[in-house]
Write a protein that binds this ligand. Structure first.
Ligand code: AMP
Length: 309
């Protein structure tokens, strides 16, 4: 680790702002500069002393990715020891005022829609950040509104919780015992595919797109089976014709048969270009699903002013 001061000497914790998959997040002040930062306390899964080299590698990936303006910036990493003598890491990030989950909720509460150009601006930044990660060979694997941080005033969006999925083994449940959400999980993951690709993130991006438009989750399943059935009800139960190889996936079973419905039934107030892009994000066959880079070039984004994005 690069700093000699311990986290607690260097920062003053102000308040807990959230709980992520891997630990608590605090708003804190850097004592030396007065700067407000986010401090993410992360317990390591190994019980042994020190930080495993794989974790250090992941942190350097995280730092590299945070060069992108649409990935939350990792400013520093500090090591500490908790009461039980276990190694904890404090990841120091730039502070972001809100996240997309809270942003969507605030619109749901007022009954207002998120303006179409705001949806477009957020989606473009999301695709741009994801394209950058994919270009560097990194999958997020857990994209959801909760870990898309944003600034309400500038509408800047940044991806958080990146790469951690590999550094810190993905828990079945959060340590707060809240169940991990399945709502953004790609069908190939739900069906037990062993080799994931960048397409898993694009599925999540599609689900987030629909949610920005309607302010409700597109597929809100409470178990892996229910999650699949939600997907099948809209897009039709997949078969070998629609998705070659689907019935060979590890967790494939026989399912009730539904015919595909137009995506517009779930997202009625999205324009034609938007619906076309969304359908390509929700393509069953992972190799046919649109990439983040291709998505950025889609006509849906043609009328967006991209100069500051
Ligand atoms: P995460 O573990 O990244 O999913 O974070 C959990 C929650 O903590 C997020 O939904 C945010 O509310 C908050 N949070 C995480 N990172 C930051 C940050 N850099 N700035 C402000 N809040 C954050």
């Amino acid at each position: 680790m690069e700093s000699t001061k311990t986290a607690m000497e260097a920062f003053e914790k102000l308040e807990k702002v959230g709980e992520g998959t891997y630990g608590k997040v605090y708003r804190a002040r850097e004592r030396a500069t007065g700067r407000i930062i986010a401090l993410k306390k992360t317990k390591l899964h190994e019980d042994d002393e020190g930080v495993p080299p794989t974790t250090l590698r992941e942190i350097s990936i995280l730092r590299m990715l945070s060069r992108d303006p649409h990935v939350v910036k990792l400013l520093d990493v500090k090591q500490g020891v908790n009461k039980d003598g276990k190694t904890v890491l404090y990841l120091v990030f730039e502070y972001m005022e809100t996240d997309l989950k809270k942003f969507i909720r605030s619109f749901r509460q007022t009954g207002e829609n998120i303006q179409p150009n705001v949806v477009k601006c957020l989606m473009y930044q999301l695709c741009k950040g994801v394209a950058f990660c994919h270009a560097h060979g990194v999958l997020h694997r857990d994209l959801k509104p909760h870990n898309l941080l944003m600034d309400k005033n500038t509408l800047i969006l940044k991806i958080a919780d990146l790469g951690l999925a590999r550094a810190f083994t993905l828990p079945i449940k959060k340590y707060t015992h809240e169940i991990l959400t399945l709502w953004y999980r790609a069908p190939e993951v739900l069906l037990g595919a062993t080799h994931y690709s960048t397409a898993v993130d694009m599925w999540s991006v599609g689900c987030i797109f629909a949610e920005l438009v309607t302010k409700t989750a597109l597929f809100a399943g409470d178990s892996e089976l229910q999650q699949l059935l939600h997907i099948f009800r809209l897009l039709g139960t997949p078969n070998e014709e629609m998705w070659p190889g689907v019935s060979k996936l590890k967790d494939w079973h026989e399912y009730p048969q539904w015919k595909p419905k137009p995506v517009s039934t779930c997202v009625p107030n999205l324009d034609e270009d938007g619906l076309n892009l969304l359908s390509q994000m929700l393509e069953y066959e992972p190799s046919k699903r649109i990439s983040a880079k291709k998505a950025m070039e889609h006509p849906y984004f043609d009328d967006l002013d991209k100069t500051h994005l």
